[in-house]
Design a protein around this ligand. Sequence first.
Ligand SMILES: [Zn+2]
Length: 238
Amino acid sequence: MLSNNSDFKALLLLHGRDRRFSKLLQEESQLPTEIDRIDSRILKEKKSVELALSEWKELEAQNNSLEKEIISVTDLIHRQKSKQLQVKKNEEYTALENEIEVLKNNQNKLEDQQIDVLLKIDDAREVAKIAEEKISLKILDFEKQRESLVGHSKELRKEIEILEDEISEARKSVLPSIIYNYDRVKKVVSRPPFLAPVEDQKCTGCNLRVSNEVVSSILVEQKLTTCDQCGRIVYVER
Ligand SMILES: [Zn+2]
């Protein structure tokens, strides 16, 4: 058929709506995956903040336990020193002297460790602060993206429902015999386009050359014709 045939024009209108319909459905079907992807990125960012905070907390805990150890060693040193003042025998005095020496070494070691941990705490605190600030902005941004996808999904649904009504409306204007053929083609081809203009004796749906019979059927007999290669309904633009 020729595109300016009024029966065919009704089919072209229906086809346009069907194409848009399948495009919208496809777009709609991809949205949940996109939303899931954003959710997992939000989760990942939140975890990285938690990690920075837990590293900092872990160091604080180490510092606290070192602090306790230092206090108890210091107490012990004081106790042994006052004991030393009370002993009479030389050997007892020397034994305590040695013990105090060992304790002092231990005290020094613990204090060095504590300085080390305190420096790490400064770094970790800074890292956690930056992570919280930067990542909370990132998360905010992801949440906005998510919100807009959810909004888009609602709009799409509305648009799809309106289009469904418009499609049933358009189907009423197409001749039953044409609808019958069109629906058959839809089943065979499975994906739009279901109609394709012929240009230079080539079907623009499959890009293959159609036979002379097909061309003659379109142009001379002006019948509803299908491509002998892909099965789409072919027509000539007029
Ligand atoms: Zn074809």
